[in-house]
Design a protein around this ligand. Sequence first.
Ligand SMILES: *Cc1c(COP(=O)(O)O)cnc(C)c1O
Length: 367
Amino acid sequence: MGVALFDLQSQYLNLRSEINEAVGDVLAAGRYILGPRVQMLEEQVAGYCGVKYGVGVASGTDAIFLSLVACGIGEGDEVITTPYTFFATAGAISRAGATPVFADIDPLTYNIDPEKIEAGITGRTKAVIPVHIFGQMADMDAILTLARKYNLVVIEDACQALGSENRGRKAGSLGVAGCVSFFPTKNLGCCGDGGMVITSDEKIAAKIKALRAHGSSKKFFHDTAGCNSRLDEIQAAILLVKLKYLEEWLDERAALAAHYSRLLTDIVETPFVMPGNRHTYHLYVIRAPQRELIKKYLEKNDVSCGMYYPLPLHLQVAYESLRYRKGDFPEAEKASETLLAIPLYPELALSEAERIALLIRRGIAGE
Ligand SMILES: *Cc1c(COP(=O)(O)O)cnc(C)c1O
């Protein structure tokens, strides 16, 4: 039987009646935009992450964009981030009118390397956006120390890391704002697009609440142009059902990851977990020089795998104007050539993980 990289169907089928009922309740109540479920979810996600406020928005991308705007970052400003992330991180910086400036990654965690940030700081640098890639938090203490030294805003891209922790502190709770995505494949996914900004800063929360509703904090009166970026009531209802299971799912992810790592550690580089970190394995990513060989063999055996990410952001056509060149960020480039994500989701059976590990072993042996 084939194995997909993600399996959204089994999660739904396991919760079918609960989810259908929650959606039916919203349909029957007739309140579809910013109703009580969005507010309840905002409170619950904020509580889960240990911050004061949550503001539901249309996507994780918008969460980043609106956080930047709320922090007053735009035209003429520079924002430092990692070149090894999904495009949305840098895309949101550009959309805010600012310029992304990249800093290379740590070769062990694939997260932005705090030691590489300082060289990118100029008089125009206003913010840093660390991305907690694959579900493991970046070195936030080092980043926060730098940010204090240079008076920079820190916005966390926690889109892949809801529930991840460093010494008990949740991803998204350490910067001025944390950005969460509810894209279907994320740790907590809805059935469409959705996102949230989490923050303990009352002013930022209020600004984002206004921005998501055309810059209005009072109906029909607009202080800024804002935009339309809201989390749907139906999606909030689905997420309220799923949030109850999140911790259980994260534990199942961790158990599968531990199993994979035990079985694979002698033949490929398995995920390195920084001391003090709780990795939530949004993606389980191995590193191997024989990536292509493994990928072909898995696919031949009907097991999906994925390259995250085949082209670092500094080499994207969209950023040609920034004039980066190949060789500028060697660790990100090396990662893009050697990393491979293999199937991991809570519903995956341990026996399936064992079979996949065996296929990887055979693939490397050139069978
Ligand atoms: C998914 C993701 C986003 C964007 O989230 P959407 O909800 O898809 O807009 C941003 N950054 C990272 C690192 C992501 O993985």
